[in-house]
Design a protein around this ligand. Structure first.
Ligand code: AMP
Ligand code: ZN
Ligand code: FE
Ligand code: FE
Length: 286
């Protein structure tokens, strides 16, 4: 598949919008994909599919294929694992599960604000919610509210001092078990893809996920070293997992996570389409 004769087609299968903690509205993400020359883009907001419908109609208008996705956080033993559910089809059934997760994000934001208050920082929940502007609230919104108040200089400062795992106002998110997250992806008709496995993407951690039904691996991600990419590609080939990849773009105009930066070949998306089709035909009644 190629966009123009002789020019390879590229896609980006991991992006965020204002529906969660990205800075661009879903239609802005699609416009940026068009400008980059991407033929397809997966919108994968954290715990929400609120951006998908708008992204789809903008994609139809501009000729960019939009894949419906969501990024879920789960735990495997003591590790946090992110799972991309890609190619969602049963959006209504999924929405109920996701609305519960978003409610727990709200409670967590309250707890983070309480911790910050007890440290002498008079941040209010309203300031955080203003940053989220109705989207699934997360730590980046707290970081932006702290920056707006002049408490910290930048994101890095906010996460190191307060919001990161070792920060003084850290509050863990409510997590699914990885088995539940994979089952939710499948119930929604999606492929379950292990997002940015990084150095942890090794056979001993992968095998239990495959037993739980994992379909694919995010091989290319800005956080991956060239060794990670090689190892993950070999694991995907060995275990017959579909390849995926993307920039994890949150709307920043520069830095390592820029839209399209991972040059994901359209062939990877085609392999995913084939996997979706083969699952659908094997589960449909004879
Ligand atoms: P949450 O889903 O609320 O736990 O927030 C996770 C998001 O916070 C990630 O998707 C990143 O966008 C951002 N994030 C996490 N850790 C850091 C960090 N150390 N520095 C900057 N951003 C971070
Ligand atoms: Zn994010
Ligand atoms: Fe992630
Ligand atoms: Fe992400």
């Amino acid at each position: 598949m190629s966009a123009d004769a002789g020019r390879p087609a590229f896609v980006d299968l991991h992006t965020h919008s204002t529906a969660s903690d990205g800075t661009l509205a879903p239609e802005g993400v699609i416009e940026a994909a068009k400008r980059c020359g991407l033929t397809a883009l997966a919108l994968t907001d954290h715990d929400t599919i609120d951006g998908v419908h708008v992204a789809r109609s903008e994609g139809d208008r501009l000729g960019v294929r939009v894949i419906a996705g969501v990024e879920l956080s789960a735990v495997q033993d003591e590790h946090e694992v992110h799972l991309l559910a890609l190619h969602l089809t049963h959006l209504e059934a999924l929405e109920k599960r996701l609305s519960e997760l978003r409610a727990s994000r709200y409670t967590r934001a309250q707890k983070i604000v309480e911790k910050l208050n007890s440290l002498g920082i008079p941040l209010t929940l309203d300031e955080v919610l203003q940053q989220a502007n109705g989207g699934a609230v997360g730590r980046p919104h707290v970081a932006r509210a702290l920056i707006a108040r002049g408490v910290v200089h930048d994101f890095r400062d906010a996460f190191v001092k307060y919001l990161g795992n070792s920060g003084s106002a850290f509050v863990a998110k409510e997590h699914f078990s990885i088995e539940d997250a994979i089952a939710i992806a499948h119930e929604a008709g999606a492929l379950a893809i292990w997002a940015h496995p990084g150095d942890g993407g090794r056979r001993e951690r992968l095998e239990p996920l495959i037993a739980a039904g994992l379909d694919g691996l995010e091989i290319k991600h800005p956080s991956h070293s060239s060794e990670d990419i090689k190892r993950l590609q070999a694991l995907a080939d060995f275990f017959n997992l579909v390849p995926s990849g993307g920039s994890d773009w949150h709307g920043a105009p520069d830095g390592s996570r820029r839209l399209g930066i991972m040059n994901i070949p359209a062939e990877w998306l085609q392999q995913q389409d084939e996997r979706v089709a083969s699952i659908a035909s094997s589960t449909s009644a004879p």
